[in-house]
Design a protein around this ligand. Structure first.
Ligand code: ATR
Length: 249
């Protein structure tokens, strides 16, 4: 019986085991997928378990997507260009760190037939998932990406990785076609992102990478002022599907 894991902290909220175990059963695969709350000190031991093939693959979530990088042997282009790993496997005796968040994000936009080509995009946040969103947008031909983060230093660090990123102060706003929340604001029902919705206008796309709750206040208010909205559910499902394909083909 092969074993797979999602590691993170916190991890209780993760729906990955439900999804993967469902697909494992559907495909008659002899495997189990579990979740494990870990601390930084546990990473080395878990990677060793993959080396010894006691674990066949892992998903990595907040806050370890970046800090796990030094523990793997090789990064795929997707993982190295984002400095972010969400999927790990062993190939030719090497531990490989990959990133399926980029593909998950891209596929979620294709799924709703939304084209970002030549569009102006406004990103809120500069956390673990943000580089994957940026690369996805670039792959799909977005014309201009502006980013704002409460801690400006983190936005400026991202600009070192993506030179043509336009950075503005937290609380400032610019004209956009699509706005994406990559912050953790919205996980709690009382969380609000302070935006002047009446200044923004209508017919824009508001995208939240959060999928639980299904509708954050960010999306609720956007809808009320006549905008299209999309939560992170399909991004979550597609990144999982891409990991599943890597492990089980
Ligand atoms: P990490 O930063 O460890 O990767 P994350 O959950 O991926 O964690 O990212 C959290 C994001 O949500 C960050 O952009 C964070 O902003 P800071 O860099 O300023 O911390 C943002 N965030 C979290 N709480 C916030 C709040 N109350 N107001 C504004 N932004 C917030």
């Amino acid at each position: 019986m092969k074993k797979y894991l999602v590691i993170g902290n916190p991890i209780e909220h993760s729906l990955s085991p439900k999804l993967h175990n469902y697909w494992i059963k559907e495909n008659n695969i002899k495997a189990i997928y579990e979740k494990k709350k870990i601390s930084e000190n546990d990473i080395e031991g878990i990677i060793n378990e993959i080396k010894k093939e006691k674990i066949s693959g892992i998903n990595v979530t907040v806050p370890f997507k970046r800090s796990i990088i030094p523990f793997v042997d090789e990064l795929t282009l997707a993982a190295s260009s984002t400095r972010s790993i969400n999927t790990i496997f062993k190939k030719n005796n090497k531990i490989i760190g990959d990133n399926t968040d980029i593909g998950g994000f891209e596929q979620s936009l294709k799924y709703i037939n939304y084209s970002v080509k030549n569009k102006k995009i406004f990103i809120l946040g500069a956390g673990g998932v943000t580089p994957s969103v940026i690369i996805g947008l670039k792959n799909l031909g977005a014309s201009k990406i502006t980013l704002s983060n409460r801690t400006k230093k983190k936005a400026e660090d991202l600009k070192k990785l993506f030179k043509d990123l336009n950075i503005i102060n937290w609380g400032q706003i610019i004209d956009f076609d699509m706005i994406i929340n990559t912050t953790s604001l919205g996980l709690k029902n009382t969380d609000e992102i302070k935006l002047n919705y009446s200044d923004i206008g209508s017919n824009k796309l508001f995208y939240d990478v959060i999928y639980n709750p299904k509708e954050t206040n960010f999306l609720k208010k956007a809808k009320l002022s006549g905008n299209k909205v999309k939560n992170g559910e399909m991004m979550f499902i597609f990144q999982a599907q891409l990991s599943f394909k890597i492990w089980h083909n």
